[in-house]
Write a protein that binds this ligand. Structure first.
Ligand SMILES: NC(=O)C1=CN([C@@H]2O[C@H](COP(=O)(O)OP(=O)(O)OC[C@H]3O[C@@H](n4cnc5c(N)ncnc54)[C@H](OP(=O)(O)O)[C@@H]3O)[C@@H](O)[C@H]2O)C=CC1
Length: 254
């Protein structure tokens, strides 16, 4: 897989290019669409073998694997009139756009695989869910931190819903920081401390020998402060509210 095209060079397009070049790798060749001009120019100046094409058709023509990374609402505009021959491989990273929908837009017999790359692929640090499994797409994402092929689109949508919880986590941390600041702690001290607390959580998560429940138990003294917050704030009602929000998102994704 030596020639990769990316149509839609925004946050996720940039993360893919950075991930491919992580550690000084110089392959594969990468062809970028002209839209997202500032990011495309920055990437082509920074990395050998990354070029900006004149239009989206040129991206497809030069590539073996074409990644569609525009926002969902821009897909028709971005792909109108673009011809994708059957020997290409298309990777659809647009949230909420099924492969049937994309196949109608592209009118191609080329294999289409959906994927959920996350920004951390820029450091080859996150696992990418893919459906349907395709050996070349799987190995592409293996190189960027890992591939997790799933059995069907229903499973893909469950993982997609999980990715919708990321910013809530940051918001939770920001709320903790604001609470401390409200009690007279300097914002920068509260910020530093909360980051340090949860960087420890991040490190603990890389210990796959312990389940998530075990990790929680290991950090909790019976009758202690952690147990108190977990059971008084994250009580059955808030757990149910989270589950309902995820169910509603899943219905919309399906
Ligand atoms: N960000 C994330 O964490 C993730 C995003 N995704 C999905 O990836 C897709 C992109 O997301 P993200 O990178 O965050 O979005 P961005 O808005 O950062 O990037 C989208 C890019 O598409 C470009 N674009 C718009 N119209 C066209 C066109 N006609 N031809 C070519 N390029 C065009 C935009 O250019 P311009 O700036 O000129 O408008 C922009 O650079 C979305 O569908 C999203 O659902 C999937 C997983 C994670």
């Amino acid at each position: 897989m030596e020639r990769i095209g990316i149509i839609g060079v925004g946050e996720i397009g940039r993360a893919i290019v950075m991930g491919l070049r992580h550690g000084g790798d110089e392959l594969p060749e990468v062809f970028l669409s002209p839209r997202g001009a500032d990011t495309a120019a920055e990437l082509s100046e920074r990395y050998e073998g990354v070029r900006v094409c004149a239009d989206n058709q040129a991206v497809v023509d030069r590539s073996e694997v074409v990644i569609i990374a525009v926002r969902r609402q821009d897909r028709h505009d971005a792909l109108a009139g673009v011809r994708v021959d059957d020997d290409k491989i298309v990777v659809n990273v647009m949230a909420g756009v099924g492969n049937d929908d994309l196949r109608q837009t592209l009118a191609t017999g080329a294999p289409l695989t959906r994927a959920i790359p996350l920004p951390a692929i820029r450091e080859r640090r996150s696992v990418t869910v893919v459906y349907p499994s395709h050996p070349r797409v799987n190995s592409f994402f293996e190189r960027l931190g890992g591939a997790l092929p799933v059995a069907d689109e229903a499973a893909f949508n469950v993982f997609s819903a999980l990715t919708g919880t990321l910013t809530t986590h940051y918001w939770y941390l920001a709320t903790l920081t604001s609470w401390a600041a409200g009690h007279g702690i300097a914002s920068e001290d509260a910020d530093r401390y909360v980051r340090s607390l949860f960087q420890g959580v991040g490190r603990a998560l890389s210990d796959n020998s312990r389940s998530l429940h075990q990790l929680a138990a290991d950090h909790e003294t019976p009758g202690g402060n952690n147990e108190r917050i977990r059971t008084t704030w994250f009580d059955p009602a808030s757990s149910e509210a989270l589950t309902s929000a995820l169910d509603a998102l899943l219905r919309d994704l399906t």
